[in-house]
Write a protein that binds this ligand. Structure first.
Ligand code: CUA
Length: 349
């Protein structure tokens, strides 16, 4: 029994890459449907470079084909056609033309580079920027919400990013600071921005901004070990009100339901607490995803499977069945302990 059924990738006939997320919805991951300025710049650059190189390809292949046909060996002409050596005008022409094309492409590339460049210190006037630090782990994403619209947040969550949508006259740029806790990863949500690596011992930056609400999927784009393919990204672009509400909910400490106390006691008595944090309890681990509002997330295991009671049961019983190689071992809990634990986890709204 494994938990991979929620995840499948396919390439459809039109060449768009579609990814079915852990909650079962098919998603467009094409770089040709950008909804954010950096992704738009990258698409424009791609199309322009493709057009220039396609024109060169057609020209060169055209001349080649013409020559093959026009100068093919014929029984009437025994000798070779006239040979041309060391023509200075021709030498200059075929050196200068490619040099000029390369120079123009370099200029265009620099312009794109400038457009996608991040300057989190000077967000556009009138904007409400959100600052989040993303930390890549084998194999999940940690999000530290630092600041929104000038206010400090100090909030930590995992795997499912929520950001506010921009509105007419109120841009809400999202500035990501990228770090890694172990090996190199890469943050790539194709419709929002280009890839940016998360590298141990180094800090990278990226940004995006969109007025289109909804869920945008992505992938870790740098090989980072066995479960690299299962390090999925989910970015929820919410309306400003929904985002504000989400922030408010996330800031609350974990609920403490009397009915789930027995499960909570199992949780707190096991080694769960060494790695996981549930704010408001003695579980203060920082090594694994924060579980304070676990049930506000739609998926488990970094987007692999839906976050349901069954999948939680599978996960708690033996995470290796769902995500082989992940750092959480099976703890050999009894069936009753697993039931209590899952019932407690289900209360963490
Ligand atoms: Cu993380 Cu690949």
């Amino acid at each position: 029994m494994n938990g991979h059924q929620g995840y499948q990738e396919s390439v459809n006939m039109s060449g768009l890459i579609l990814l079915a997320d852990g909650a079962g919805a098919a998603q467009n991951l094409s770089i040709f449907s950008p909804v954010s300025p950096p992704a738009e710049s990258i698409r424009s650059l791609f199309i322009l470079v493709l057009a220039v190189t396609a024109a060169i390809f057609l020209l060169v292949e055209g001349v080649l084909l013409y020559s093959v046909v026009r100068f093919r060996r014929s029984p009437r002409e025994g000798a070779e056609p006239p040979q041309v050596y060391g023509s200075i005008p021709i030498e200059i022409a075929w050196t200068a033309a490619p040099a000029l094309i390369c120079f123009l492409l370099a200029l265009i590339l620099s312009r794109t580079e400038f457009e996608v460049r991040v300057n989190p210190d000077t967000p556009p006037p009138g904007s409400k920027p959100l600052y989040v630090t993303v930390i890549g782990h084998q194999w999940w994403w940690e999000y530290v919400y630092r600041k929104y619209d000038g206010r400090d947040l100090g909030l930590i969550t995992a795997n499912e990013l929520h950001v506010p949508a921009s509105e007419e006259g109120v841009p809400r740029p999202i500035y990501l600071t990228l770090q890694s806790a172990d090996v190199s990863h890469s943050f790539w949500v194709p419709r929002l921005a280009g890839k940016t690596d998360l590298i141990p011992g180094r800090t990278n930056h990226m940004w995006f901004q969109t007025s289109q609400r909804g869920l945008f999927l992505g992938q870790c784009a740098e090989y980072c070990g066995t479960q690299h393919a299962h390090m999925l990204l989910r970015v929820n672009v919410d309306s400003a009100e929904d985002f504000q509400k989400w922030l408010g909910d996330q800031k609350k400490p974990a609920v403490d339901e009397a009915a789930a106390r027995a499960g909570r006691d199992v949780f707190l008595s096991q080694s769960c607490v060494n790695c996981h944090r549930v704010r408001g309890t003695s579980a203060r681990g920082t090594y694994a995803p924060d579980l304070t509002h676990l049930m506000s997330r739609k998926t488990l295991a970094s987007g692999m499977v839906p976050n349901t009671r069954d999948q939680l049961r599978n996960w708690v019983s033996d995470p290796q069945q769902t995500k082989l190689g992940c750092l959480m071992p099976a703890f050999g809990l009894s069936g009753q302990q697993v039931d209590l634990l899952v019932s407690y986890l289900m209360t963490l709204q």
